[in-house]
Every structure is written in structure tokens, then in C-alpha cells.
Design a protein. Structure first.
Length: 384
């Protein structure tokens, strides 16, 4: 005979069940991290890491009983010192345990510089070849090594950009060897493309390709061929007339509108490549960064970063206030810059979109772009 449960009993069971769930939930909720601590962390991050593409400030908080644990990574000793000092000045009953790694970390050792040993080394968002391409770094330049993970290295490149690079793209050097390498006589390759040969003969075996902006150390300089090295173990021959003495190049570089535009036309027709920053392919900001770099000025990497550089230009109703060499910026919103180009004059500009090409603000011109006209957000003047 089945047992009959009365309605009063059902109500009592329901109340008991609800109370049990509420009690269990309360016991599972972790202690709250005081707002004073999160405010200090956020304030320090704003001060030392306003742009996470250029700095490391990755922290998380957790609690165990009345203890608060702060863990993660920071790349700036001053940021860690400021954070620790401000947290130490707090009054309260909580025990704060700081477990933050300062980069470069212990996986790097004393060889904390990487000398790029391929014509173009790719920088990626994660440690893997399938990860997003962020940037490119040229042969003969250095990256600062911050940490290592299974053959991949988290590095900072010369323009400050951060990302992952495979260890096969560079030779590791300690600080003193880096300085010695940079003090040697060097050449800058100034053509779009070229080759380094095993012997002073274009029919000999190719040792490496080279692209514009590659830096090569001189072993022996000749009138027709120069013997160069790009690591301590790798050397070969390059055409002397395809290179410029590095010291001379550094002294004679000047940011001039005519030279900028002349350089830009050398890039015309190059394919668009997301993250590209070399003559093998460029994205929009990689194009502008490259042509300015070739002429002695270091722009930041992304369009939104370049938008913060230079002098704001009031363009005028008909673009009459623009000068050749000005940077033009585009975006769907004023505070969301996603594209950049170089103003050539006569309402024309060059930019990388599909490939490096010329468009116009003149609605009657054959190369007029309605989309770019409608999304134009402003101009910046880098040249004096």
C-alpha cells in the first residue's frame, strides 16, 4: 500500500530543501577581495600599462580564508615596486601575499637578447605558427627576451610591441655581446629584395634572402662584393652597391616629405598582409611605419597608436590644410581608428588595402573611395 504524504509534510520538505541549498551556496562563495586592493591594482595598471601591446601587467587575485593572493606577471620593476608599496600601506586584517613574476623571468637566463637571423621574423599573438601574426622584425635587429615556452619566446621588439617568436628566428646573446655586435661596422640593405651568396658570384649558392632594412655586419668590404655576417656562424657575400654604410645612413637620415613619398612609391603594389611590416607584405600601419623608419623616424606599430603621435591637423572643408607626408586616419567611429594612410597631395593618399595603392578624396576622380571618404577621422603631422 503506497505511503501518502500530506501537504503539510510537502511544505516542510520544500522549506528544508531551500534552506539547505542557500546554506550550501553561502559556504561555497569565496571571501570578497576588498575594493581598496582592486583599486590599487587598477590604478597601478593605468599608470604603468596604459597599452597592453607595449607592457605586461597581467595579474589575478584569489582568497584563502583571510589571506589574499595576488599573482601574475609584470615587466616593469617600478610598477612592481609601486604596487607592493601601495598594498603594504593598507590598513586591515587581510594578509596580502604577492606572488608576481618580474619579466624577464628565470627561464631566460643571462642570454636575454635575440639577434634576428632571418630576413623577416614573424611575431605572433600566441606560441604557435597558427597564431595571429602581430608584427615582423628584420634581420640584424634585436629583440628583448622576456620568457620561454617550449621553443617559443615572449619578446619585446624595438618599437615596444610584445609577442611570441620561435627560437629558430634568432641567436641568443648576453648584454655584453649585444653591445659588441652593435659596435662593429655594419651595412644596411636598401633594395626591396636581394640575396646573400656563398661566394662573391651571383651563380654561387644562396645563403639567405634579404629585404630592405636588413642590417649586416661587415667582415670585408669591397668595391663590388662585400663579405657580411648576420650571426657569428653565418656569413656570405652581398652586392656592395645594394647597401649603405650604417653609420652614414644613421647620420644622413631625415624625415622629408619628398623622400617619404619616394620611399612610399617603392612599396606600391606590395600585397596586404595582416601584421606585415616588411617588403614581403604590409598592413596599413606596417606600411606607414616602414616608410617613416626608412627615413629616420620611429612610428608606433598600430594605426590607433600612430593616431596619438604628431600634431593634430585641422584638415579644412576641402582638405586644403593637408600637407604631403601627413598621416590620414580612418574608422567607423572617432575613437575607433582602424586604418591609416599617407597623404600625397592633390587629395590623393597611399595606403595598404588589398595591396598598397592610391585613392582620392576627390569624388570626381576615378580612384575615389566613398568608403574611405565617409570613414575619414582626422590627420596627424609628423613632419615639422
Amino acid at each position: 500500500m503506497p505511503q501518502i504524504v500530506k501537504s503539510e509534510q510537502l511544505q516542510s520538505l520544500a522549506v528544508f530543501f531551500i534552506c539547505f541549498i542557500l546554506l550550501f551556496s553561502c559556504q561555497q562563495n569565496p571571501p570578497h577581495v576588498p575594493e581598496s586592493i582592486t583599486q590599487i591594482i587598477d590604478k597601478t595598471k593605468v599608470e604603468f600599462c596604459p597599452d597592453r601591446r607595449l607592457a605586461v601587467f597581467d595579474l589575478k587575485t584569489s582568497t584563502v580564508g583571510d589571506s589574499i593572493f595576488i599573482s601574475g606577471e609584470i615587466d616593469n620593476p617600478d610598477a612592481l615596486k609601486t604596487l607592493s608599496g601601495n598594498l603594504g600601506s593598507l590598513d586591515g586584517n587581510n594578509k596580502i601575499n604577492i606572488q608576481i613574476s618580474l619579466l624577464p623571468d628565470s627561464t631566460v637566463g643571462h642570454k636575454n637578447w635575440g639577434l634576428i637571423s632571418v630576413s623577416v621574423a614573424n611575431l605572433r599573438s600566441k606560441p604557435g605558427y597558427s597564431a595571429e601574426l602581430l608584427n615582423q622584425v628584420l634581420m640584424g635587429t634585436f629583440v628583448e627576451i622576456l620568457k620561454k615556452k617550449k621553443g617559443w619566446y615572449y619578446v619585446r621588439v624595438a618599437d615596444g610591441y610584445l609577442g611570441w617568436m620561435n627560437g629558430t628566428f634568432f641567436s641568443r646573446l648576453p648584454e655584453e655581446e649585444k653591445q659588441a655586435w652593435e659596435e662593429e661596422k655594419r651595412l644596411v640593405f636598401h633594395q626591396l629584395y636581394g640575396k646573400i651568396y656563398e661566394n662573391p658570384d651571383a651563380s654561387s649558392m644562396i645563403k639567405s634572402d634579404v629585404v630592405g632594412g636588413n642590417i649586416l655586419n661587415i667582415v670585408e668590404q669591397g668595391a663590388v662584393w662585400s663579405k657580411v655576417k648576420w650571426t657569428e656562424k653565418e656569413s656570405g657575400y652581398v652586392k656592395t652597391n645594394q647597401c649603405t654604410d650604417f653609420d652614414v645612413w644613421m647620420k644622413t637620415k631625415s624625415v622629408d616629405a619628398d623622400e617619404l613619398i619616394k620611399t612610399a612609391f617603392q612599396f606600391k603594389g606590395l600585397p596586404y598582409l595582416w601584421g606585415g611590416n616588411s617588403t614581403k607584405g604590409v598592413d596599413c600601419s606596417g606600411f606607414t611605419q616602414s616608410i617613416f623608419k626608412w627615413n629616420g623616424f620611429n612610428l608606433l606599430r598600430d594605426a590607433s597608436q600612430q593616431y596619438r603621435q604628431g600634431k593634430v591637423v585641422t584638415t579644412g572643408d576641402n582638405f586644403e590644410n593637408l600637407h604631403p607626408g601627413d598621416l590620414l586616419f580612418f574608422g567607423l567611429r572617432e575613437n575607433k581608428i582602424i586604418h591609416v594612410g599617407l597623404y600625397l597631395g592633390q587629395k590623393e593618399y597611399m595606403h595598404s588595402s588589398g595591396h598598397v595603392k592610391i585613392n582620392s578624396f576627390d569624388s570626381t576622380a576615378a580612384n575615389f573611395s566613398r568608403y574611405r571618404f565617409d570613414t575619414f577621422r582626422g590627420a596627424r603631422r609628423i613632419l615639422n
